[in-house]
Write a protein that binds this ligand. Structure first.
Ligand SMILES: Nc1ncnc2c1ncn2[C@@H]1O[C@H](COP(=O)(O)OP(=O)(O)OP(=O)(O)O)[C@@H](O)[C@H]1O
Length: 548
């Protein structure tokens, strides 16, 4: 892990003056190199609030963005980071609060407005046209620096690239560049459009370790030249290696900020501990009925569901060598930041994706070669997080959706003929048992609220001869009541003796329900722990890429 010295970090170092002259005159007439840490921040977000139905994504968040600093935004999935930068980049409008740029109140109604205010955004997946060259992409959407001609653009680009230490061929087709190089092109484009603030939203998430390191070094060079960088990451080592200031968000609120002095004083180890405490520390607000995890039924000694050395091919996140077992009555939590292979893993277990190698064993029998339907018949159930896409057919009535995985089977179909009264009886029973609020069983399921669709999915997957249930992000996007109802169902399923795999990006949920917890990162299990005292910190550390 590399930390820059204080001069580097504030951009006050001697090297900046001459080195930057060319670039600064080209791009940055307003940022003073003498004192980037002047009294006024470049951007002040003042008590910004943003609400979505059922959730406060940003709750009076105040953040100052200084030139010459990489400002890291940290927080669990759903903490409110993307909403906050979305407000800055003109994608979202705040409900309350003010944005000040250079001390003056600013309105950012559109992405174009953000650009014209000097705020550029670089996304995880580069937003360039792959069939065009680098220079053509840079010229797209308006000529940077008022230069309509290609030669002029190429000249400006060469200067910016040279100054930032980037070597990209302007004539190369973007589709042939690595993702890291594409992001560099986006940064060059933003600089050439006179951006003063660069937002990098999980820009390192898809990069190789080398690509991430190069991007980190480039961020360092940018801030040394007086730019401000807002960097969102889930990796603590990156936050501490490249960040000069760290703001931690939790459940939409700002829960802490470590400035350059704090980071210097604490050093990497104590700063890591402090950030983990802020991100995952004591529960801030217990929801109704939330309580510490209590085991209610004794577990069987032998796992009923076992995964041995399972690997799943995937171009983005391959799953590698995953092994664990779940006993009847046990809830095994699989925590992790979204997009770390959980979906690929769950789909492979459910039979929706081929397994590259390894075994899936249910009650002693290897089932990895079985179709999804046959896995279901022997008791394996999968509650997908894609409720409307993969889990249900929106235009079909509830009654049919409740039987979607049993179409053609007795007693609901007989020699290909629908048995309407059996289907209706079954639907009425489940709608009543699972409290699905609907005008009727013939209502298209797509017309129901998210919470009621989830109830119908649970009804379908938890009834019959279920023995193992895999839940993928089961409460994602639900309101508080439906979250409670879903968690109660999960616990009740385990209490009935089912083996439960709970895949969730919500650490509170995993801690509330699980007996044991594993963390998946980049397709691998990076650690497993009992859900006992200290589990929160251990799991939080593993989720942030810090060894527990
Ligand atoms: N367009 C939207 N409509 C409804 N809810 C939304 C919308 N955008 C975000 N949310 C909700 O707002 C909350 C904050 O989301 P946000 O994406 O800002 O978090 P985040 O910290 O960026 O998470 P992640 O690390 O997963 O990207 C979440 O509960 C999310 O579900």
């Amino acid at each position: 892990m590399r930390r820059q010295n204080a001069d580097d970090r504030t951009g006050r170092g001697q090297r900046s003056a001459q080195m930057n002259e060319g670039l600064m005159s080209l791009t940055h007439p307003t940022v003073s190199q003498e004192s980037p840490q002047k009294a006024e921040p470049l951007i002040r977000l003042d008590r910004i609030s943003k609400r979505f139905p059922g959730v406060v994504a940003n709750d009076e968040v105040s953040v100052d963005i200084w030139p010459g600093e990489v400002h890291v935004l940290l927080g669990e999935n759903g903490a409110g980071k993307s909403t906050l930068v979305g407000i800055l980049s003109g994608i979202q409008r705040p409900d309350d609060g003010n944005i000040l740029i250079d001390g003056k109140e600013a309105d950012i109604p559109t992405p174009a407005a953000a650009l014209s205010l000097g705020i550029g955004t670089v996304f995880q997946h580069a937003m360039l046209v792959p069939t065009l060259t680098v220079a053509e992409n840079i010229a797209l959407g308006g000529a940077p620096l008022g230069r309509p001609d290609r030669t002029g653009i190429a000249g400006d680009m060469a200067r910016v690239c040279a100054d930032l230490g980037i070597s990209v061929d302007p004539n190369a087709k973007v589709g042939q560049l690595s993702l890291g190089e594409q992001q560099q092109v986006e940064i060059v484009r933003a600089v050439m459009r006179q951006s003063r603030v660069l937002i990098l939203d999980e820009a390192t998430a898809m990069l190789t370790p080398k690509g991430a390191e190069e991007l980190g070094a480039l961020m360092g060079r940018l801030v040394a030249r007086g730019f401000a960088v807002i960097f969102i990451t889930h990796k603590l080592n990156e936050a501490l290696a490249y960040g000069h200031r760290i703001t931690v968000l939790r459940l939409g609120r700002k829960v802490g900020e470590l400035g350059p002095d704090d980071l210097e004083r604490l050093g990497p180890k104590d700063a890591t501990d402090e950030v983990i405490r802020l991100m995952f520390g004591e529960r801030t607000a217990a929801g109704p009925g939330e309580e510490a995890h209590v085991r209610r039924t004794p577990l069987t000694p032998v796992p009923v569901f076992e995964i041995r050395d399972l690997s799943v091919s995937d171009p983005l996140v391959p799953v590698e060598d995953v092994s664990f077992g779940i006993r009847a009555g046990e809830i095994f939590g699989l925590a992790g930041i979204d997009g770390n292979g959980q979906k690929q893993f769950a789909e492979a277990l459910a039979g929706q994706r081929p397994i590259a190698s390894g075994e899936v064993i249910l009650s002693g029998a290897e089932i990895g070669h079985l179709s999804p339907g046959n896995r279901r018949r022997i008791g394996l159930r999968y509650v997908t997080d894609d409720r409307l896409g993969e889990g249900t057919v929106g235009a079909f009535p509830i009654s049919l959706n409740l039987l979607l995985k049993q179409v053609g089977e007795q007693p609901f179909w007989n020699r290909g003929f629908e048995q309407s009264s059996a289907i209706a009886d079954h639907a009425r029973q489940l709608v009543s048992d699972f409290d699905v609020r609907t005008p009727g069983i013939e209502t298209p399921i797509g017309k129901l609220s998210g919470g009621n669709i989830q109830k119908a999915l649970l009804a379908r997957e938890l009834t019959g001869d279920a023995r193992v249930v895999i839940f993928a992000k089961p409460t994602y996007g639900l309101d508080v009541q439906n979250i409670r109802a879903t968690r109660d169902r999960i616990r009740a399923a385990a209490d009935r003796g089912l083996a439960v795999l709970l895949i969730s990006t919500d650490l509170e949920e995993v801690l509330e329900l699980s007996d044991r917890i594993a963390v998946m990162s980049q397709g691998r299990i990076v650690g497993t722990t009992e859900n006992d005292t200290g589990a929160r910190t251990r799991v939080g550390a593993m989720m942030s890429g810090v060894a527990a």
